[in-house]
Write a protein that binds this ligand. Structure first.
Ligand code: URA
Length: 234
């Protein structure tokens, strides 16, 4: 493995090419432990935990695992059509590091969204076979009847799908319903309620597997997942 030089380290955490990283160093914008680093080829025996770049304290992890509280009117796309992109809520360097959403939430939906640049993690959490249930809290336009609940638990056929999809759990709350599903099909929850004659007015994802949306994150806020949280999803 090539030595971990300062330019390599900066490039690996999204600060452009190695050449661009060297320019940052030469401009005196990189500090470690309060000292400006002026040698772009300085070698590290191991990754420091964080480094200051242009006044920002940046963790030096290469593997990104992020939880975001997605607001409505934000699109899970790098090329949004009608609204801002979810990636604009994160530091630009994360896009340079290859971050992707783990599944999607519609522009009209809000709540827990995971993002990562690790394909195995994304696949694991998205895969319906691995049993990562996603829970959504919905407000409905019409009364939610026992018959609708039964139908959803038994499985409903959605247009263009080959097999019925079913609710794995339904919990009624005051003024809302929480539904758990195993897949992540296009507009799945909205289409499931429409299939039984109801209509979803608002939709919030509250958990993925054992991981709940962090209540301290305001809409649009994000944080890194802890190692324990990552392990709990794998
Ligand atoms: N189901 C939907 O209908 N929309 C979402 O955003 C997520 C699940």
């Amino acid at each position: 493995m090539p030595a971990l030089t300062l330019d390599r380290l900066l490039a690996s955490i999204g600060f452009g090419s190695r050449k661009e990283a060297r320019a940052l160093v030469r401009m005196g914008l990189v500090e470690l432990d309060g000292e400006v680093l002026d040698d772009p080829f300085m070698e590290f025996a191991s990754r420091p935990e964080s480094i200051m770049v242009n006044g920002e304290d940046v963790p030096t992890v290469e593997k990104l695992y992020v939880m975001l509280h997605k607001p409505v009117d934000v699109e899970c796309s790098h090329n949004p059509r009608d609204h801002q992109s979810v990636y604009s809520l994160l530091p630009d360097r994360f896009s340079a590091m290859g971050i992707q959403t783990v599944g999607r939430l519609d522009a009209d939906s809000e709540g827990l969204l995971l993002l990562s640049n690790q394909g195995d993690f994304i696949h694991r959490v998205e895969s319906p076979k691995k049993g990562c249930l996603k829970r959504y809290r919905v407000a409905l336009a019409r009364e939610f009847t026992d018959a609708q609940e039964k139908e959803l638990l038994a499985g409903v056929m959605l247009k263009d799908e080959r097999r019925p999809v079913l609710a794995r759990e339904i919990v009624r709350e005051e003024g809302s319903v929480v539904i758990a599903i195993g897949e992540g099909l296009y507009h799945q929850v909205r289409r499931m309620f429409a299939a039984v004659g109801n209509h979803v007015e608002t939709l919030e994802r509250i958990s993925i597997g054992p991981l709940q949306l962090d209540a301290t994150l305001g809409k649009g806020g994000w944080r890194f997942l802890s190692d324990a949280e990552i392990a709990s999803l794998m």
